[in-house]
Each structure stands twice: as structure tokens, then as C-alpha cells.
Design a protein around this ligand. Structure first.
Ligand SMILES: C[S@@+](CC[C@H](N)C(=O)[O-])C[C@H]1O[C@@H](n2cnc3c(N)ncnc32)[C@H](O)[C@@H]1O
Length: 296
């Protein structure tokens, strides 16, 4: 049997640095700043990430939490960086990029221009994969297409801005794409996305739980993969409703193949794993429910 402390609090140790009060504060801040729901199993993960960020002990974490609670902008950025899971890769679920690029071609043939949004772009692999797929689908380097890439984590977006990646990370696109869309960046073992691809992508910070989003619809495709699972249920549903309101009438909403729109499923019709079309009535329902319709 495990013996706890008489006060019932978990004892911080090398593996689990966060005390109970610190974990409670972390949960409150995560909810307030990002709508992210933390559960007990995240405690050790956060401890590991804290150490990686150079926070060596409970006092260091107290300092960060105190500053973030007081509204210090840099502390909040560091806290968000600690909080968010940024795993991603080039051409993750490759079929999605082919579907999005083919859809963009159809839109351009009809309307002359297409817009795509990667709403949890992390370090840029997803929006750059989209841009590569589009250049290939259009067969030219200047397609009339914009890819908007947003994320809450400014440090991740700074990586996306630089567009520099380890050679190991660019293996997934394959050697031909490596040769065509990446170039030497002066650092051994690393390479940089070419300007041809970079200039198709507009990068900016956006918090999915903020009242105002610095993007304007309509979008022909919205990638919202592997982020909703971190959000509290109410925030998740609200974010999806707002994204649905920013989709063009025949627009595509992309989730990870194992995700689904959950409570907002009635807004969409699934056409392939992780690929959803907006149902025609989506705008009407959004208007009736008083959600974000009309704000954008
Ligand atoms: C696992 S990554 C997903 C990357 C990419 N979409 C993919 O599927 O490979 C999750 C991303 O969601 C971002 N994120 C978490 N909460 C967010 C929020 N409230 N608003 C915007 N982005 C958020 C994180 O910063 C992180 O970069």
C-alpha cells in the first residue's frame, strides 16, 4: 500500500515535480489561457517538460506560475509552451493533403482563388505540406492559393517562420520533395523550406478560445487536426461551430482520422476518415444558436 502524507498532498519527487497546489494552479491557468483540460496523467508530463525548459525545482515552477497568473506576457508564453503538445510531421496522413489540394484546384477552377487554414499549425510541418501538395497539384509555383497557419504557441510559430528542420524530419516527404522544396541552411543536418513554398503560407498567432480570431473566412479547407482533443468539451464545440461558420459552403473540415466532430457532428457529413463537408444547414443552425455566425 502507498503511504501518502498526513495532509493528503502528493509528495513532489524527481519524477513528479508538481505539488498538488502547483498542479491545481497549472490546471486553472491551462483552462483560462488555452481552454486546455489537464488531468492527473498530465502531471508527470508537465514535470518532464518543466525540466526540459530549465525549471529545476518547485520554486522555479512557482516563479513561472506566479508571473503567468499576474499576466506577465513572457511567462504566459513560456507556460503555454510548457502546456502544449506539438507533435506533428510533414505529410501526416498523406491522403488529407491530396484531398485538400484537389479541392483547392476545383475551387480555383470555379472561383479563381482558394484559401486554406491550418488552425493548429504547431511548428509548420502541416501548412508547408499543404503548400507543397498545392504546388504539385497546380503544376506551378504561383498557384492562386493562400495557406493561413495559426497556433496558440508563439515559440512553435517562430520555428515555422524560420522554416528550418532536421533532415530526419524531412524524410517523410520523400527524397524528391526533399530535393525540390528544401535547401541547405548552413547548419549540418538541417535544411530550410524554399521561398517558393514559404511565400504561400501566412503565419500568425491565434488562440482558438479567444473571442476574436485574427482571420477572416471563408476558407475552402480548414485543417483542425489533433488539437480539439486537448480542449474542454464546451470550448471544443464552440471552436468547431465557429470554424464551420468560416467554411465556404462546399468547404472541407479536416480532423485526424481517429477524431470526430463530437457534439457538433450534425454540422458536417463525413466523406473519408477525418474529412468532413459542411452541411448546407450549418449556417442556419449557427445563426439560431447565437454562435459566432456573422461576426466574421
Ligand atoms: C499535436 S499539435 C497538432 C499539429 C498538427 N495539426 C498535426 O496534426 O500534426 C497541437 C497544436 O495545438 C496547439 N494548440 C493547443 N491549444 C490551442 C488553442 N487553444 N488555440 C490554438 N492552438 C492550440 C498547440 O500549440 C499545438 O501546436
Amino acid at each position: 500500500m502507498r503511504r501518502g502524507r498526513p495532509d493528503g498532498l502528493a509528495r513532489p519527487n524527481r519524477r513528479t515535480m508538481l505539488t498538488d497546489p502547483q498542479f491545481d494552479r497549472t490546471r486553472r491557468l491551462a483552462s483560462l489561457l488555452a481552454g486546455i483540460e489537464l488531468v492527473e496523467r498530465h502531471r508527470e508530463l508537465l514535470s518532464r517538460r518543466s525540466r526540459r525548459l530549465g525549471i529545476r525545482d518547485a520554486a522555479g515552477l512557482d516563479t513561472l506560475l506566479g508571473a503567468a497568473e499576474a499576466g506577465d506576457a513572457q511567462a504566459r508564453r513560456t507556460f503555454l509552451s510548457l502546456l502544449t503538445t506539438k507533435f506533428t510531421e510533414f505529410f501526416r496522413h498523406p491522403a488529407h493533403f491530396a484531398i485538400a489540394a484537389a479541392h483547392a484546384r476545383g475551387v480555383v477552377a470555379r472561383a479563381g482563388r482558394a484559401r486554406l487554414w491550418s488552425a493548429a499549425a504547431a511548428t509548420g510541418e502541416e501548412p508547408y505540406s499543404l503548400a507543397i501538395a498545392i504546388v504539385e497539384a497546380f503544376g506551378n509555383c504561383e498557384p492562386p492559393v493562400e495557406v493561413v497557419a495559426t497556433d496558440i504557441d508563439r515559440e512553435a510559430l517562430a520555428v515555422a517562420e524560420r522554416g528550418e528542420y532536421a533532415e530526419a524530419a524531412v524524410r517523410a516527404p520523400g527524397p524528391e520533395r526533399r530535393a525540390r522544396y528544401f535547401e541547405a541552411c548552413g547548419e549540418p543536418g538541417r535544411c530550410r523550406i524554399t521561398d517558393t513554398i514559404r511565400r504561400l503560407v501566412t503565419i500568425r498567432p491565434l488562440n482558438l478560445i479567444d473571442a476574436e480570431w485574427p482571420v477572416e473566412g471563408p476558407f475552402d479547407v480548414i485543417f483542425c487536426r489533433n488539437v480539439l482533443m486537448y480542449l474542454e468539451a464546451g470550448r471544443r464545440a464552440e471552436a468547431v461551430r465557429r470554424m464551420a461558420s468560416l467554411l465556404a459552403p462546399d468547404g472541407l473540415f479536416m480532423l485526424d482520422p481517429v477524431e470526430d466532430p463530437g457534439a457538433t457532428g450534425a454540422l458536417f457529413a463525413a466523406s473519408a476518415p477525418g474529412v468532413f463537408s459542411r452541411r448546407p444547414a450549418a449556417r442556419l443552425r449557427l445563426g439560431c444558436s447565437g454562435a459566432a455566425e456573422g461576426r466574421f
